[in-house]
Each structure stands twice: as structure tokens, then as C-alpha cells.
Design a binder for this molecule. Structure first.
Ligand SMILES: [Mg+2]
Length: 128
């Protein structure tokens, strides 16, 4: 993990909880990544262009437009970017809905540094 430094990886984090945003910012920062933040799904959709991000970490439960609606919209636009659901581990029904809506993978809350690292490695084995 100490060797993985990826300052050119463009990550969008959509999360309505300020404390969770701060945790993710800190963990990604240790890997050289400075993420952009959205506070709900509508803002994330407005920020996301065809080619401006490499990856999205997106909370499932958010005001305005939630993660399920937002990821469905992302897929409807034809964007193939990896979108990772941030949710709790104890609700298999939600997880099923996430996959059906177009999420690629999960980060279960409370999110650890190791979880984030594993997820990055899975989608971007070579740092950017
Ligand atoms: Mg939330």
C-alpha cells in the first residue's frame, strides 16, 4: 500500500455525509489522490462528463437524487466508468438493487483505508 501513489487518478466521491467525505479525502490523500466531491446524486451527474473522471465512489442513500437513480442515469448515458456503491453490509436486498442499477462493486461502511486501497487496486492495478 505504501508504494501505491496515483496522483493522476481522477476520482469523484458522491456522499452527503461531511464526516464520511472527510474520511475518504484523508484515505485517498495518503495514496496521492485528490478527489472531487458531490453532496448528492444530482450534483454528481452534473459533474460527470464522458471522460473527466476515472472512477466514482457513490453513496447509495443521498438526498435529491440517490445513488441508485444516479448510477442508472450514468449507465443510460452510456458511461462505462467504474461506480462503487458505498453502503452498509447488512442489507442484501439493497446490494442486489445496486448491481441491477449499474454499480460495479461495494465499499461497505464504515469504510477503511484498506478497503479503499483494495478497490483501487482491483480497477486500477497500475497507478496513474
Ligand atoms: Mg448518505
Amino acid at each position: 500500500m505504501d508504494d501505491y501513489f496515483s496522483p493522476n487518478l481522477k476520482v469523484l466521491v458522491a456522499e452527503d455525509s461531511a464526516p464520511v467525505r472527510l474520511v475518504i479525502k484523508t484515505y485517498l490523500g495518503k495514496l496521492g489522490i485528490v478527489p472531487h466531491f458531490a453532496e448528492h446524486g444530482r450534483q454528481a451527474l452534473n459533474m460527470l462528463g464522458p471522460d473527466n473522471f476515472d472512477m466514482v465512489f457513490m453513496d447509495v442513500h443521498m438526498p435529491e437524487v440517490d445513488g441508485l437513480e444516479a448510477v442508472a442515469e450514468i449507465r443510460k448515458k452510456g458511461l462505462k466508468i467504474p461506480v462503487i456503491a458505498m453502503t452498509t453490509a447488512d442489507d442484501p436486498e439493497i446490494q442486489q438493487k445496486c448491481l441491477q442499477s449499474g454499480y460495479d462493486d461495494f465499499l461497505f461502511k464504515p469504510i477503511t483505508k484498506e478497503d479503499i486501497f483494495r478497490t483501487l487496486l482491483k480497477f486500477f492495478p497500475e497507478p496513474k
